[in-house]
Every structure is written in C-alpha cells, then in structure tokens.
Design a protein around this ligand. Structure first.
Ligand SMILES: *[C@@H]1O[C@H](CO)[C@@H](O)[C@H](O)[C@H]1NC(C)=O
Ligand SMILES: *[C@@H]1O[C@H](CO)[C@@H](O)[C@H](O)[C@H]1NC(C)=O
Length: 343
C-alpha cells in the first residue's frame, strides 16, 4: 500500500524508494508479504524532470578499445542525423536531455571566423591526447544537429573545450589560462541562431588527477568565472543557460576548491561521472551488476558530493553527468549480451 501526497517529483521519489527496496526483499531468505507505507509529507530530495540523459560522443570510427573498434558511425560528427528511428527514440523519452561531450571534447574546435586554422576532422595522432589530433566541427554540422534537437524537443547540455589555450606542463597535467575566444564565438553563433541550450558544461574528466589530462582546481575556478561572464553577456536573465562543471570524477579537495574559487552562482550543477562496474573487458562486470553490495558502494560518492556542495556551494547541485556502467566502450560478450539489474 502506498499513500501519496504532493507533487510529481515527490511521487517519483516515493516510487524510487519502492523500487530500491525490492531487491533486498527478493534476496532475503524469508519470503513474506510486506506492506510498504510511504508517507509523502516531507520532500527529502527532488529530481529534475529532465533527468533522463544520453550522451552523444565525439569518437571517430578509428577509436578502439582492447581488440575492438565499436564506434562506427555513432559520433556527433558522422552519425546519420536524419535517421527517422533516431528522432523517434529521442521523442519517446521526451523530455530527453542530450549531453554533447566525451573524452575528445577538450580537443574540439569550432569553425568560427577567428579560429585561426583550417577546420579539419580528428585524425589518429600518437602524440595527441587519447591518440587523436584536434578535431573541428563545422557550423553546417552544428546547424544539422540543432535541426534534430529542435524537431525532437531534446534538452541540450553542450560540453565546451576547457583545454583551449593551455599547455601540458607535466605528464598528464595542463596549466595556463583557458583561451575562451573560440568558445565565445561558437556561443555567439549559437545565440544568433536561437538554438536553445539548457546548459553549457565546461570540460570533460579534467578534475582531480584527470583521465588523460588534469587542470588545477584554482585555475579551473577562475576560468569558470570567465565562462559565466560570457554567458551573462550573451543571454538575457530570463533565458540564461546554466553553467555546469567539471564533468569528471569526484575528488573531494578538487571539487571543494572549484566551488570556493568560482564563487556564488557560477557553477549551478556539479557534474560527476560514475563507472562503478569497472572496465568493459573486466570479466567481473556480470557479477558486479548483480551484487547489491557492490552497487551500493557508490552511495558514498553521492553522500560526499552532497556534503561538498552543501558546505562549499549551496547555490549548486550534484548532477551525474555521465554514467556508462562499464568504461572503455563496454566490451563484446558484456555490452552486447543481456543482463540487467537495479541501479
Ligand atoms: C586566443 O586564441 C586566439 C585564436 O583563437 C588568439 O587570436 C588569441 O590571441 C588568444 N588569446 C590569448 C590571450 O592568448
Ligand atoms: C539581470 O540580473 C541581474 C542580477 O540578478 C540584475 O542586476 C540585472 O538588472 C538583470 N537584468 C535585467 C535586464 O533584468
């Protein structure tokens, strides 16, 4: 039996509580009928209506993990944006948040008047971050993407290149200020075309010790203040997209410092990534996804991030910006087999 009182988000939360309770009941040794009563008199958490999210990534077909190259033409730069099935699935999730981003995001340049170099796609480059050169998105492609987004009512989070202008100073560590000029021109173009952007996210997996590259929290915080200034210049108050950061793995000191330095009302969502099943080719993925104790461990991260936000940036909120289960593009015999569980 359930008793509901209050609005939609509370209803949703109550439902989630029920779902989360089930596995424990099923797994316990004594099977018995139980009655769960949810008193909806107090909201303990609220979830956005646009919490269902999919990432469109930048990986070209040459991206390989282990012995597989699974990406094909699934990238922002080469996917068939006019495929009717694609539009239908986006609409079926309505509202679906689409985050444009991923590992190569911090090597993407935008074809704007003062780009200063020809607009060329990603190519394999052993010296480049993640084994690729910089890659450019044409405004023609950006227009085509926005046609799809507008036609399907998707809610867009766009991840900006946060390494632009920086230099590698040590292995895996990048320093120097962000050069915002290419991003600013790209945002200006986006505003001039009236393409609705729900949120501009800054960087991908550069937090803490980083995946591939990292940037200090102090510098990152200063750069976010600059990004917020650009947003303030380009948008009216009533239609201002949110600034999100850092789109990376939680690191207590780094996240706290970022909020301290960027200050009030800059970062409105602390986006963090979850890959709690391990690497895609790990034979233990199947055991982990079926082990409630393993899955519950991630709650420590949620609790810690919530405390960090409460103490250092109550104007912000924790967001899961990307959660793929198993990282490195999944794997044959894992991602292409059927296995499901409660998360
Ligand atoms: C930023 O990059 C642009 C080229 O995109 C360049 O013209 C400009 O001088 C750079 N700004 C700084 C401060 O380095
Ligand atoms: C926008 O908001 C700022 C700060 O909240 C305020 O000072 C300013 O007057 C607002 N501008 C407009 C056009 O409403």
């Amino acid at each position: 039996t359930t008793s509901f009182a209050g609005g939609g988000s509370m209803r949703l939360w109550s439902l989630l509580l029920l779902l989360v309770c089930l596995p424990t009941l099923i797994l316990s040794e004594d099977y018995s009928d139980v009655t769960v009563i949810v008193r909806g008199s107090k909201t303990i958490a609220a979830t956005s209506d646009e919490f269902i999210c999919a990432t469109l990534d930048w990986w070209p077909p040459e991206k390989c993990n282990y012995d597989q190259c699974p990406w094909g033409k699934a990238s922002i730069l080469n996917m068939d944006l006019t495929n009717p099935l694609l539009a239908k699935v986006i609409q079926a999730f309505s509202p679906l948040r689409i985050r444009v981003g991923g590992s190569l995001q911090d090597q993407v340049v935008y074809e704007t008047p003062n780009l200063g170099s020809p607009c060329r796609p990603f190519t394999k480059a052993s010296s480049g971050l993640f084994g690729f050169s910089k890659g450019c998105i044409t405004m023609e492609r950006w227009d085509a993407m926005n046609d799809l987004f507008l036609n399907t009512g998707a809610v867009i989070t766009f991840g900006l290149n946060a390494l632009r202008g920086r230099k590698q100073i040590r292995k895996g560590v990048w320093g120097g200020a962000w050069n915002s000029s290419n991003a600013q021109e790209f945002m200006e173009y986006t505003v001039s075309m009236n393409y609705p952007i729900d949120s501009w996210e800054f960087g991908n997996e550069l937090s803490g010790s980083g995946i591939g590259a990292s940037v200090g929290a102090e510098q990152y915080g200063k750069d976010l203040v600059e990004l917020q200034k650009i947003v303030d210049q380009l948008y009216e108050n009533s239609s201002k997209p949110l600034v999100l950061a850092p789109g990376g793995f939680y690191d207590k000191q780094w996240f706290a410092k970022l909020l301290d330095v960027s200050g009030p009302n800059v970062v409105r969502g602390m986006t963090h990534h979850i890959y709690n099943l391990g690497a895609g080719n790990d034979p233990h993925v199947a055991n982990r996804i079926l082990d409630p104790q393993h899955l519950s461990r991630v709650s420590d991260t949620f609790r810690d991030l919530q405390l960090t936000v409460q103490r250092h940036g109550p104007w912000s909120a924790p967001w899961v910006g990307e959660a793929g289960g198993a990282y490195n593009s999944g794997s044959r015999t894992v991602s292409n087999t059927f296995l499901d569980s409660f998360w």
